[in-house]
Design a protein around this ligand. Structure first.
Ligand SMILES: [Zn+2]
Length: 147
């Protein structure tokens, strides 16, 4: 299979789960990655990256949500993004072994390698009517996230 040119190679570092205490590699964006974000699959074994500046969906979310920090916008975008590898995306890091969402310990540890990560896509969301898009973004921007 040909390599997907949209995949981005992102460095991985050692992480230790605060719950199961296991150690595993996890990706981290470097410095100079302003406006770029990683989203995390619910089972902790899939990721997607988002280049926020100029992204049409970011612009839409920004106009609908009107938050001064990017957190609610990112949360909403993760919720309406296409799943990766069958995993719905979120903004919380997830342990790939026990699926805990507690903050990792000793993060980031030493660099261990890199992983190829696809861009976040919004194919399903893109097919919705404008009004429905706005409704969903507002709903998922709330702290409870509607989950
Ligand atoms: Zn764990």
């Amino acid at each position: 299979m040909a390599q997907d040119p949209r995949l981005r190679s992102i460095a991985t570092f050692e992480a230790t789960c605060a719950d199961c205490r296991e150690t595993f590699p996890a990706p981290l964006l470097g410095d100079f990655s302003y406006g770029q974000f990683l989203l995390y699959g619910r089972r902790g074994t899939a990721y997607a990256y988002l280049d926020a500046p100029g992204h049409p969906i970011w612009e839409l979310a920004d106009s609908v949500i009107q938050s001064r920090d990017g957190e609610p916008i990112l949360r909403a975008l993760a919720a309406v993004a296409d799943p990766v590898d069958g995993q719905p995306l979120g903004t919380d890091r997830v342990c790939p072994l026990c699926h805990s969402r507690r903050d990792w310990e000793s993060w980031p540890g030493p660099r261990v390698g890199s992983v190829e990560i696809p861009p976040v896509t919004f194919a399903a969301f893109d097919r919705l009517a404008d009004e429905e898009k706005r409704r969903l973004l507002r709903k998922y921007a709330a702290p409870s996230g509607g989950r």
